[in-house]
Design a protein around this ligand. Structure first.
Ligand code: C5J
Length: 223
C-alpha cells in the first residue's frame, strides 16, 4: 500500500493510512431516513437526514474504487426482541415502539423492510454489515474482531445520527485505540444544533474523541 496521506482536518491534520482506514457507515437505514420508520415514530423530521446520503455515497464510491475496507452498521433487534432491553423499548412516548408494526414492517427488527440500508448506500457483496442492538457499534457485536481481522486501525466515519449512534460509536472506537475521522457532510441529525455540537465535542481538547473534516478534504487527499 501507499504511505500515509494528509487530510486537512480539525483539530489537526489526519494522517490517513491507505488500506488501514476502513469506511464505517452507521445506520443509514430506511427506519431513520424515510417516513414511517423508527425515527419518524419519535416525532422527528426525517428529511434532515437525507442530506447525508449523497456525500456518504461519494465516500463509498471512493473506498470501493480503491478496494479499501467498507463496513456498514444497522441498529436492529432480533424478532423476539431478546436483545432489546425493556428500558430501551419503553423509552419515551412514541407513536410506535421498537418491534411494533409500521408501514415499513416492525420497527428496528432485522429482516424487515425498514431495517434495510437505503438503496443508494446498500452494501455490496463482500462488504461487512454489522447488526447492533445498541447505539454504539462495538456493544454486543463482532465489530472489533472484524476490524482486527482486516488489519484496520483507522475509521473514517459517516452515518446517522451524529450525536447518538455516530458519536457513541466514535467514543467506543476511541477507547479501543482507533483513530476516527468524521466526515462532516456525510453525517446528519434530526437536530442540526446537536450535529454541530457533537462535532465540536469530538474535536475539542486536542481531538479528545477524534477528528472531523469536510468531504472535499477527504476526497482530495486520497491517493
Ligand atoms: C438513534 C442512531 N438516533 N442510529 N439511532 O436512535 O443514531
Amino acid at each position: 500500500e501507499a504511505g500515509p496521506v494528509t487530510v486537512a482536518a480539525r483539530p489537526f491534520a489526519f494522517e490517513l493510512q491507505p488500506g488501514r482506514a476502513a469506511l464505517l457507515v452507521i445506520d443509514m437505514q430506511r427506519d431513520f431516513v424515510e417516513p414511517g420508520g423508527f425515527g419518524a415514530s419519535l416525532g422527528n423530521d426525517v428529511t434532515l437526514l437525507q442530506a447525508a446520503i449523497a456525500p456518504t455515497r461519494a465516500l463509498l464510491d471512493a473506498w470501493r474504487a480503491r478496494g479499501w475496507p467498507v463496513l456498514h452498521t444497522r441498529e436492529s433487534h432480533a424478532a423476539d426482541l431478546s436483545d432489546c432491553p425493556p428500558a430501551k423499548r419503553l423509552r419515551g412516548q412514541p407513536a410506535l415502539r421498537i418491534g411494533d408494526a409500521g408501514p415499513m414492517g416492525r420497527l428496528l427488527v432485522r429482516g424487515e423492510p425498514g431495517c434495510a440500508i437505503v438503496p443508494e448506500l446498500a452494501a455490496l457483496p463482500g462488504e461487512v454489515v454489522i447488526d447492533k442492538p445498541g447505539k454504539g457499534a462495538f456493544h454486543a457485536t463482532p465489530l472489533q474482531a472484524t476490524l482486527q481481522a482486516l488489519g484496520v486501525t483507522q475509521l473514517v466515519v459517516a452515518g446517522v445520527t451524529t450525536e447518538v449512534c455516530v458519536q457513541s460509536t466514535m467514543r467506543e472506537a476511541n477507547d479501543r485505540g482507533y483513530d476516527c475521522l468524521l466526515v462532516e457532510e456525510a453525517t446528519a441529525s434530526y437536530f442540526p444544533a446537536f450535529k454541530a455540537a457533537a462535532i465540536e465535542m469530538i474535536v475539542a481538547q486536542g481531538g479528545i474523541v477524534g477528528w472531523a473534516a469536510p468531504l472535499s478534504a477527504v476526497l482530495s487527499a486520497l491517493p
